[in-house]
Design a protein. Structure first.
Length: 389
């Protein structure tokens, strides 16, 4: 990558999506790693370093992934360090992801505390926005691949160590609302920690109480939770019907049927659906298997599974998630792009810095071909070529 600080540059494309609307035959002007403006391609100021994208190319905000367990052969649970977090972000960058939340699944207390400390150091740099703790306060009946020996029922005294998350740049915790005491969620939210429901059997009433305390999201909608039913709407019915909730969704043709994806978008719109990958170390790496806290995980026909066939995260990158949303679920491209960038940015309160090509925002962009393959990615105005397969 070539550093472009203090050099004004213009990236020209047939179509530019700024996070809300399209611009045809336009250019994004960048200086000092920030967006200056979008202008007509014929009015690019002289003296700019010009970069013309190929015919049919699309320029859009860089993708933001709220749930990334690993990448490039690195699993955060194995190595909860700043170096590992940066390596994971680097592995996802060629797939259009310019910012992400490294995600630690349920682990021993000391490893969780180490991940929080690492995120304090790494957060806000190299594409690492903060930390997502998925667990340990989950419903063991919906554990999935999470190790049950580390799943715990929360007590108020757990806030003594968990509130260290408040010092991380941008933090999120996934928990089962029925497995935490009254006031627990409120205490987290009051310190700026975003709380999502996941791996849960929470009823609609329990969800309402959790939202009253500040719970604002649902982790991997439809997965690790009871299905929606007319008389027992539960978490799925609550998520689909309540505009206060943002829902993450894994679109890999394995975790959620395309019809359910369309239903979620129809109910909530792209402003309340965030594409997430739930990615594991196999993304951006040649490895076909890895160990997850003592459990062997293998990549078989695109599926990451345990020996008994349980899904264990996903072999998915954000560019493929966008492609799948459009091709498999018939989601309009602009809606898929919003769900991959602006919606997750808004969920973390960073929409003025990330997720949209607006003046003063960071120059984090992705160029896509007409087939939605990644051509290049820019972070702070610095270009990185797409991964060569």
């Amino acid at each position: 990558m070539v550093h472009k600080d203090n050099v004004r540059q213009a990236i020209l494309a047939e179509r530019i999506f700024d996070g809300q609307r399209w611009h045809d035959s336009a250019a994004v002007l960048i200086a000092d790693g920030r967006i200056q403006q979008i202008c007509d391609s014929g009015t690019v100021p002289s003296g700019c370093e010009r970069h013309q994208l190929p015919d049919g190319a699309i320029l859009a905000p860089g993708f933001i992934d709220l749930q990334v367990n690993g990448g490039g052969g690195v699993l955060l649970n194995d190595d909860p360090t700043p170096a590992a977090m940066r390596a994971i972000a680097r592995a996802h960058r060629p797939f259009g992801t310019t910012a992400l939340l490294p995600t630690l699944i349920t682990a021993a207390r000391e490893k969780t505390v180490a991940a929080i400390a690492a995120a304090k150091e790494a957060g806000g740099s190299h594409g690492v926005l903060g930390l997502h703790l998925e667990g340990p306060f989950l419903n063991p009946k919906r554990a999935g691949v999470h190790p049950k020996q580390y799943i715990a029922q929360a007590e108020m005294r757990d806030l003594d160590w968990l509130l260290e998350l408040a010092d991380v740049g941008h933090s999120m915790i996934t928990l089962a609302p029925e497995c935490v005491p009254a006031g627990f969620i409120r205490a987290l939210v009051s310190r700026g920690i975003r709380v999502c429901a996941g791996h849960t059997e929470a009823s609609a009433d329990v969800m309402q109480n959790a939202m009253a305390e500040g719970l604002s999201g649902v982790t991997h909608l439809f997965n690790a939770m009871p299905p929606f039913a007319g008389r027992t709407p539960g978490i799925v019915g609550t998520a689909l019907s309540d505009p206060r909730l943002m829902a993450g969704i894994i679109i890999d043709a394995l975790h959620v049927d395309p019809v359910s994806v369309r239903a979620a978008f129809a109910a909530k719109g792209p402003e309340r659906i965030a594409l997430v990958t739930d990615a594991m170390p196999t993304v951006g790496a040649s490895t076909k298997q890895f160990d997850l806290l003592g459990t062997k995980i293998a990549l078989e026909n695109g599926r990451l599974v345990t020996s008994d066939g349980t899904l264990a995260g996903a072999h998915l990158d954000m560019a493929t998630a966008v492609q799948n949303a459009v091709r498999l679920a018939s989601i309009p491209l602009e809606h898929a792009l919003v769900s991959a960038s602006l919606t997750p940015a808004r969920s973390l309160g960073v929409e003025h810095e990330h997720g949209a090509l607006v003046p003063a925002a960071r120059a984090d962009l992705v160029a896509l071909s007409s087939d939605l393959d990644v051509l290049a990615t820019w972070v702070d105005g610095q270009r990185e070529e797409a991964r060569q397969n």
